[in-house]
Design a protein around this ligand. Sequence first.
Ligand code: ADP
Ligand code: ZN
Ligand code: ZN
Length: 840
Amino acid sequence: PELEFNIPADDVPERVTLFADVILPLPLPKLFTYRIPHEMGDEVLVGARVLVQFGAKKVLSCVVARVHENPPKEYQAKYLLEVIDEKPVVTAPQLRLFNWMAEYYLCTLGEVINAALPSALKLSSESKIQLHPQFHQETNEWPLTAHEEKIIFALWQKPHLTFTEVGQLLQLTSFHKIIKSLLLKDIIIIYEEIAEKYAPKVVKKVRLAPMFTTDEATLEELFNQLAAKPKQLDVLLKYVQLVPLLQELAANEEGIEKNLLTSNPHLSLSAINTLLKNGVLEQFDRVVSRFPLAEGRGPYLATELSADQAAARDQVLDFFGEKDTVLLHGITGSGKTEVYIDLIQKAVDAGGQVLYLLPEIALTAQIVTRLKRVFGDRLGVYHSKFSDNERVEVWNGILSGRFQVVVGVRSSVFLPFHSLSLLIVDEEHEPSYKQHDPAPRYNAREVALMMAQFHSAKVLLGSATPSIESYYHCLSGRWGLVNLLVRYGEATLPTVELVDTRQESLRKNMLSHFSQRLVHDIEDTLHRKEQVILFQNRRGYAPFIDCNDCAWIPKCRNCAVSLSYHKFSNELRCHYCGYTERKPNDCPACGSTMLKTVGFGTEKIEDELKLLLPEARIQRMDLDTTKRKNSHQQIIEDFELQRTDILVGTQMVTKGLDFEHVSLVGILSADSIIHYPDFRAHERAYQLFVQVSGRAGRKGNKGKVLIQTANPNQPIFQRVIENDYQGLYEQEIAERQKFRYPPFVRMIRLTVKHPEARPCENAAILLAKDLVDRLGRTGVLGPEAPHIFKIRNQFLQEIHVKLDRESGNLKYSKSQIQEAVFHLLQNKDFKQLRVVVDVD
Ligand code: ADP
Ligand code: ZN
Ligand code: ZN
């Protein structure tokens, strides 16, 4: 017989049948509706996870978005299989935010949920089953089918089977009924109790049995009894020493970790076991946090704000009286972080939660240290270098209220806050707040503004080089603007000087990629026992190699780019798809042995520097040296403690880092940064130069910045030298207005992808035509093949749509874009077509 959750006929008739709309973690355009079995009626809560069958093969965990009484019209609703959570794991404001993200960024709610939930909170076909711990073949009263027996037999051989393996074992594509039936008979369970892939960390502890801890007399008696058993006595003495239970009997509750005893070489393991066996000691498990208690907790260490900082803080608070968003324009080293901390403290004291966003993991270490001193264990940290278990612990800690302040990178906007009152977006201008792939292609800064609305919270954006858009919103009166334009304490801004590389190389004085000036100043700085940061916007050894004789250049086989040379691994690598091959010794085209490197990246800088300054201690920080979990932290700490002298790096070294002894910053090749084909290139270049310069001279000692360029007459350098943000803004905003770029319009980029060039182009032309029909001629640009026209074996064509910002029709226009894309994807001529929509 069909095994369904049959509702007995005599079940209470007046009970209404309930349905749940669930968000599946898949790119599906709609929510799916499942029927709630009556016996689960009250257990299904909005925001909690449930288990459903999807299609014939998949069992998935998903989040309940709505519970209602309307059966779906288009299909017969299946029953929910299981309720996973007794309490919601997603909060109401979160669900509203996710909905908004899907709508605004033109993606599906499933894609948002998929990005939001740590993978330990998701369950899929890769989930596993195991035998129910209480299942015994002999006492099983169910008749088993041959398929079921096969599964049970396999589970005896192997403790877990994934759903996929079950399918292979039975050679069936539809086998979920069988799994379901085994689940219902309590013969199997889904591995680790349904989707709880998240495993709390448990330590084995021992403690004195309660009868000995009531008073000192019983304990004394125990010692007397054991007088003749020196080994056991040793154990007890050690225990008493580690747990100060005579002073405070309650300390016994905590016990001590068993391995503290067993690892102690003086103690006998058998004595420990005897004490356990005789009931003097008892063993127990304790769930502990993966995040150890903060060191040096204790009273709040207040930093006294300077008069300028306090004035800035007061202005922010004043603005918050009338506006939801304030931008703090504070130059590098002005002490923005101190102002944030002061405001966070106020929000926390008032009982609110605070989210502090940072653009980059590299920055979290220093900020976390500063915040830990103030907020201790109420501070949670969230970023992608955390393990899944750690992420779930943070997730749950925010739900439970354990963490009141969270520091994290862009993905922290997904966390389950329930009483957020303040959001801080530090370095708000940073492009890394934007996620490009996969969907949702969101900008965490914009999402933070929306979160604030759903929570009735305030947002403080901070930057030394605000984005043109943000500054515009301030000047137009929408946001509050607070300036903090002096460095903290004695420190002043560094002096910026240009080095003309053409002149130097003309005089044949150019040593490698270092001008004489730069080498001289580095030596000088090291001589004074101060430190140097060198910035080069490219990783690897050289952007490419080429043959001196036939001009052959190695290209990626998947992408339309040349391969970068990485000397350490002796590889040629594609920075777009990760393809690598060994560097050939001879030219594969003509056999010449004259292969030379062209251009230079951080690896080459490090190499040359070692030759130029053999004594110097050099460390490199880029994507290649920071793959491991704590490598950022290590590099930064070494530099902080002056265990290294020179830090060479990509943009990672430009942002927000605070070092005391850096007095020289070198920018090795400024020109490639300025001439980047993007309407934000100038803004971006200015930000990079000012930010990296801002690392110099932060604590009293006057800093210096050297910029190497082949064209010192470019106006942007004057702006950097004079720290003229205002000038940059005025020029940029005029150009954006004239040529219709943000903030005056919203830009949406559609990228058409196809494995073949022709269909790609044809599809893009069709799409552009359709968009013109729907939106009018003026707002649609393209199609055009981008500079890198093939990535990962997909040809690319781009269309840009500009939508008037203030027209009330934004929603309508976006729905038109979505329809146009949908329409194109239905076209039978383009089977392997993909279209990526990127808003803003
Ligand atoms: P910003 O983020 O604006 O670049 P920071 O907040 O990192 O600046 O401050 C620069 C340096 O000055 C830091 O080392 C910080 O500890 C120190 N500092 C700033 N304000 C104060 C203050 N009020 N008291 C003590 N030190 C401060
Ligand atoms: Zn050649
Ligand atoms: Zn590639």
